[in-house]
Write a protein that binds this ligand. Sequence first.
Ligand code: I3S
Length: 126
Amino acid sequence: KDVIPPLEHPMVEKEGYLQKAKIADGGKKLRKNWSTSWIVLSGRKIEFYKDSKQQALPNMKTRHNVESVDLCGAHIEWAKEKSSRKSVFQITTVSGNEFLLQSDIDFLILDWFQAIKNAIDRLPKN
Ligand code: I3S
């Protein structure tokens, strides 16, 4: 039998755990609060889940726990000055949301930075 991939998960390019802190919402600064997040990069967006199991659950029930980030026109840059932690980068969306992502594992955070940067560079800027 053919396996048909679920429509909600098209072209997952990369997924895994990182430390995440959302520091602005719609341009409004938020209090920094680091937590572990399951991160899924696919096509033109990143989704933040609480954990990997949540990703597999039916959409309706869990939608409110999932944050979806549109990468179109987004910026990514290393953000040494935004945290005392090592290897922190920031994603800023067109809508003015700002996220810090971090890992102590060098190759892992470098891979993520490059994968997200490639995704952004591939997309139209608006
Ligand atoms: O940039 P900040 O405000 O020094 O970030 C720290 C705070 O978010 C702190 O929480 P409180 O605002 O409850 O004190 C966090 O526990 C720290 O982890 C933050 O600093 P780092 O350097 O870890 O990003």
